[in-house]
Design a protein around this ligand. Structure first.
Ligand SMILES: O=C(CO)COP(=O)(O)O
Length: 237
């Protein structure tokens, strides 16, 4: 089965997150699914969930420090409390809405890399770059690898075109295929696709060559839909 990941973004409460995790865990257990499934809840909903070992809880963001004076941020100490060892870095909403620079992202990457975290590292281009063609798109994406150690063994990449995130507009299979092929030629790491992945299209997307799974926002927030997403992909290689 491909790698399937849910990014909650700023959705769900502590209570609804714990219900989601419980239902997901029961589903994975009773269907004997051993492949990796990731959930990235809000940091206020982190907890010591009792789950099967292939259900991995991660954070959407954390500051590159153990603790300290970084108002509004969480650091390693808060992750350790819940044994969190997985982190999303470079998500387009952090780059474009929160204004995280490549320099800050690289610092965060280095910090959590040195701690052995599983890092899901996101890259992707905005619409005006996509419209300038594949060459410009790849140039833009490669800049998002500046100061990022792509040989890191615990790295998963996620290609998420900015114009496809939360818009309902999925990239075409050709778009996905050509960007994934180019990235894979340079960096041989698992590569997920994200951007308006839905129950209905997840299987087709995961079948595209060089697509190793999906990172899903909107369509993953209802547990019934997320389970359908897993159902629809569980028989793929
Ligand atoms: O940003 C995403 C996952 O990280 C994708 O979001 P959507 O699935 O809502 O387009």
């Amino acid at each position: 089965m491909p790698i399937i990941a849910s990014n909650f973004k700023t959705n769900h409460t502590r209570k609804s997150t714990s219900l989601f995790i419980e239902k997901l865990n029961n589903y994975l257990q009773s269907n004997d699914i051993k492949d990796e499934v990731y959930v990235f809840p809000t940091s206020t909903s982190l907890d010591s969930f009792n789950t099967v070992s292939n259900l991995l809880l991660g954070v959407q963001n954390a500051y590159p420090a153990k603790n300290g004076s970084f108002t509004g941020e969480i650091g390693l100490e808060q992750l350790e409390e819940f044994d969190i060892k997985t982190i999303l870095i470079g998500h387009s909403e952090r780059r474009h809405i929160l204004g995280e620079t490549q320099e800050e992202i690289a610092k965060k990457y280095e910090f959590y890399k040195n701690l052995g975290f599983r890092i899901i590292y996101c890259i992707g281009e905005p619409l005006e770059i996509k419209n300038a063609g594949l060459e410009k798109t790849l140039e833009y994406i490669y800049e998002q690898f500046i100061d990022i150690d792509t040989n890191y063994s615990n790295l998963i990449l996620a290609y998420e075109p900015v114009w496809a995130i939360g818009t309902g507009v999925t990239a075409t299979n050709d778009d996905i295929g050509s960007v994934h092929k180019a990235i894979k030629e340079k960096i041989n790491k698992p590569l997920l696709y994200g951007g308006s992945v839905k129950v209905e299209n997840v299987k087709e997307i995961c079948k595209i060559e060089n697509v190793d799974g999906a990172l899903i926002g909107t369509a993953s927030w209802k547990i019934e839909d997320f389970i359908k997403i897993i159902e629809n992909t569980k028989d793929l290689k």
